[in-house]
Design a protein around this ligand. Structure first.
Ligand code: ATP
Length: 360
């Protein structure tokens, strides 16, 4: 009867120095010394490019694979050696894995019956889940006879039915078209809030991660590079990879000189350097770049090389005098124009605090 770990009260899943190496020729290090603490009742997203280890981490949490080293704790208890069915964790798979010949209700009931729940409890829980995902009207329909979005709801209901502490979702929206995906994003967020279950969500879609998550872990090559709320990840990326992977951005290279950086075009840009010296890379988001008169104080001189219309906004491609390319995102006017022309000489400046150092 050891004292409960104070930290564990708020932590749902604690991944502690976990590595996963798949044997073979050559061996693959899918996870490389990964540590992360996922909080109770949080919508937590694993985000990264294909092959970075997202699914592997999810499978380890679910218990489908053992870690090569390190440990996994749930609510403070070591679950590294527990089989999947002994963990209070459930998974929604990308392909939903529903039984097509069975009804919506029977699909939701299935897992509960396997757990040996009494009939009346199964019935009540199925009704509760049908209501939760708004599928009461279709409860007797076979799942082969409902739409993709509806199948998604059934898969969610089935996974939520045993009231797991943690729900793992592996790219659950990737099979849906754009509009439906947007709808289901809101739906998932609502379900998470209503159930209070910790959601661990895998995606390689950065927009999805930014809109849905309480916190995001950005992964690459088996490592977690940064963990934080969406705004922090977007506005304060710790390195070039994160800045580049999340949203669109501009990079500028230069040399630290006092409190400023002399970029390759010769312009000086004031930026917090935190004691860095030598060569540095700066990043600035396109929506933080402003066009201004060429003769404005402190303006960088540039020429517009292209204007690309995106509906609500227009991407203005600019070239500094050394050829450095910068994209500015300008709001489109009601006419669809932005009031600038290709070939025009303009000044540009950056919003205060918008330029970040992301390493050498
Ligand atoms: P995706 O977005 O494409 O699903 P991911 O980020 O989920 O990618 P993982 O599926 O976790 O990536 O794979 C991480 C790495 O481990 C990849 O290089 C993959 O090829 C490798 N890998 C995954 N499973 C195995 C396995 N069973 N045996 C060998 N290598 C594997």
């Amino acid at each position: 009867n050891s004292q409960p770990d104070i930290r564990s009260e708020a932590i749902a899943v604690d991944v502690d120095r976990v590595s996963k190496i798949f044997g073979g020729e050559p061996p693959v290090t899918a996870l490389d010394d990964v540590s992360v603490a996922i909080r109770q009742n949080e919508f937590f997203t694993l985000l990264g490019p294909s092959g970075c280890g997202k699914t592997t981490l999810l499978r380890l949490i679910a218990g489908f694979e053992p870690p090569t080293s390190g440990s996994l704790r749930l609510g403070g208890r070591d679950i590294s050696r527990l089989p999947p069915n002994k963990r209070p964790i459930n998974t929604v798979f990308q392909n939903y894995a529903l039984f097509p010949h069975m009804s919506v209700a029977a699909n939701i009931a299935f897992g509960l019956q396997m757990l040996g729940k009494p009939k009346a409890e199964v019935r009540d829980t199925v009704d509760e889940m049908l209501k939760l995902v708004q599928m009461e009207a279709l409860k007797n329909r076979r799942t082969s006879e409902i739409s993709g979005g509806q199948q998604q709801r059934v898969a969610l209901a089935r996974a939520l039915a045993p009231h797991p502490e943690v729900l793992l979702l592996d790219e659950p929206l990737s099979a849906l078209d754009y509009k439906l995906r947007k709808e289901m994003q809101i739906e998932l967020k609502r379900l998470q809030g209503e159930t209070g279950i910790t959601f661990i969500f895998v995606t390689h879609d950065q927009e999805e991660a930014l809109t849905m998550s309480d916190r995001i872990a950005v992964m690459n090559a088996g490592k977690i590079l940064q963990v934080g709320p969406p705004r922090e990840i977007y506005n304060r990326p710790v390195n070039r990879f994160v800045a580049d992977f999340i949203g669109e951005t501009n990079f500028l290279t230069g040399t630290a000189q006092g409190d400023a950086v002399r970029i390759s075009s010769g312009h000086m840009i004031a930026v917090p350097l935190d004691g860095r010296t030598g060569d540095v890379t700066l990043t600035v988001r396109p929506e933080q770049v402003r066009l201004c008169p060429v003769d404005q104080d402190g303006a960088l001189h540039a020429e517009i090389s292209d204007l690309v219309y995106f509906g609500t906004d227009t991407h203005c491609h600019l070239a500094l005098k050394d050829g450095t390319q910068i994209v500015a995102r300008l709001q489109s006017l009601p006419t669809g124009e932005v009031g600038y022309m290709r070939g025009q000489a303009v000044g540009l400046r950056f919003e205060p605090g918008a330029v970040q150092v992301v390493g050498a």
